[in-house]
Design a protein around this ligand. Structure first.
Ligand SMILES: *Cc1c(COP(=O)(O)O)cnc(C)c1O
Length: 492
């Protein structure tokens, strides 16, 4: 752009005071302090100035400035992090906050966070206590481990284990398990970050026990097993089993002890999801539970708190006391420690597992995973009936179709969970348009799925309580379509 036209555009930018006097911004004076409105207007003008200088803006209009400043101001009035209705059929949906918490967990958060708590206070000794104590014995009871520690998330748990035990030494991992879990969490990167030397063995589809055996030397600190989480290698594939790895480690450790060396070769499994129970819906895809991995001979197992476990975001490490004690002393344990609200929710969730039948009912993630098809079908019928009553047949037709739900959260990627979805096919408006309305314009965003020009609302992840809300939103969308249609009809 010519420098002169840039100057002309810059001169056309309105003054802050002028924008503040506009009726739209003035109307917000009762809702937001003057100082906040001024900041919003200033940010808008600054952004436009940068756009002009970068040649991204070719027109300045005061109306647009007012509009943008209003959008910025409105953003202060409504929470950004808020509830949504998950109608996707993906149960542990990472973008939607993974696991909803059990009532008992919510209550525990309220009770402990509202006032002061025993976070680091021991009521027996009347002295300082440890925040680790609140969940450790429950974790040991539930998994059969000697000791346990919970940190911020499983990614933190993996970093901690690698940094404590394999820093400056070697960790052996199969080429079939060099996974990327999401974001920038990739096993090779995490190894580098933790200063562990990664020794890859085997091939993508097959890794044998002798591959690990051949790579073990005096520098080897860990045999690492990583759960492939969100993908599977099917067909001609093989991986070493836990008992075999245990035997290799035992043999190496005997050898080291005979030489007077006392740093053990450890077997560590990053389980990712980490289920405590094997649910019927897992079928053929059932995997070792945390307890089974420990029985199989793992020294340490780590897993997430908010995937199949159904609790708050956390990373849990269970295993032998000697090794957990070392982790507790690592400075990372302090940097990655859990907050009191998370600890309260985790403790309450774990307590529910003491009675597995209770856990299946009370923990929403487990309930959604294990609910019978009949129950899901019933909910779909209820939703369909409510929708049919709420919206005119001239706008959309409603039916129920069988669908496939997913565990999500990188767990059980091949496991199809039978479900029912309510299908909304539009005569007026479109599925894309309705989706935009449900997500961007409705008070509680409703996240569904689009399939062949229809919206699917999965009855496995919607709760009974949410049915009226979904119905009101659909009614509002259809009413808007009807009135648009009438206006067009009037003009014709
Ligand atoms: C999900 C996952 C992680 C990361 O866990 P977060 O709790 O999300 O930090 C690490 N490893 C595996 C195998 C996973 O599936």
């Amino acid at each position: 752009m010519e420098p002169t036209s840039v100057n002309i555009l810059l001169r056309r930018l309105p003054q802050v005071e002028e924008v503040l006097r506009s009726p739209q911004i003035s109307a917000l004076q009762t809702l937001l302090p003057h100082q906040v409105l001024t900041t919003c207007v200033r940010r808008t003008i600054d952004a436009m100035r940068s756009d002009i200088l970068a040649g991204r803006c070719t027109e300045v209009d005061t109306r647009l400035v007012v509009e943008d400043a209003c959008t910025r101001a409105h953003a202060h009035l409504q929470p950004s992090l808020r509830r949504v209705i998950n109608a996707t059929g993906v149960i542990v949906h990472t973008n939607l906050g993974r696991s909803p918490l059990a009532e008992e967990a919510l209550q525990a958060v309220q009770d402990t966070a509202r006032g002061y708590s025993t976070l680091e206070y021991n009521t027996q000794s009347l002295a300082r206590g440890s925040r680790h104590d609140h969940v450790e014995s429950l974790l040991c009871t539930l998994t059969g481990a000697e000791a346990a520690i919970a940190v911020n998330n499983n990614a933190a748990a993996v970093v901690m284990v690698l940094a404590e035990f394999a820093k400056g030494r070697e960790a052996i991992v199969s080429r079939g398990e060099l996974v990327e879990i999401g974001g920038s969490f990739r096993i090779p990167e995490i190894m580098a970050f933790s200063n562990a030397r990664m020794v890859e063995v085997g091939a993508t589809n097959k890794t044998h026990l002798y591959d690990y055996e051949g790579a073990i030397n005096a520098e080897t600190a860990l045999l690492l097993k990583v759960h492939p989480s969100n993908y599977r290698i099917v067909g001609f594939s093989e991986s070493a089993d836990m008992r075999g790895l245990r035997q290799l480690a035992d043999r190496e450790n005997e050898h080291r002890r005979a030489q007077g060396l006392d740093d053990d070769l450890l077997v560590y499994e990053d389980q990712g999801s980490g289920a405590f129970l094997n649910l019927a819906c897992f079928g053929d895809y059932a995997e070792p539970t945390v307890a089974e991995s420990l029985q199989g001979g793992c020294d340490l197992v780590s897993f997430s708190g908010d995937k199949l476990l159904g609790g708050p975001q956390a990373g849990i490490i269970v295993g032998t006391k000697r090794h957990i004690d070392r982790l507790k002393k690592n400075p990372l344990a302090r940097a990655m420690r859990l907050d009191k609200m998370t600890l309260a929710a985790l403790e309450a969730t774990l307590r529910l597992y003491l009675n597995p039948e209770q856990a299946l009912v009370s923990i929403p993630t487990l309930r959604m995973l294990s609910e019978s098809e009949d129950r899901v079908q019933e909910r779909a019928e209820k939703l369909a009936a409510t929708l049919k009553e709420a919206i005119p047949a001239s706008c959309a037709t409603i039916d129920i179709i069988p669908e496939t739900a997913r565990a999500g959260g990188g767990a059980l990627p091949l496991c199809d969970i039978a479900t029912c979805a309510v299908r909304v096919t539009f005569q007026r408006g479109t599925a894309q348009d309705c989706e935009q309305f449900l997500v961007s314009h409705w008070t509680v965003p409703i996240i569904g799925r689009i399939k062949k020009d229809a919206i699917l609302l999965d009855a496995r992840t919607i709760t009974d309580d949410e049915i009226p809300e979904v119905s009101s939103a659909m009614r509002a969308y259809c009413e808007a379509q009807e009135s648009a249609n009438e206006m067009q009809g009037g003009r014709a």
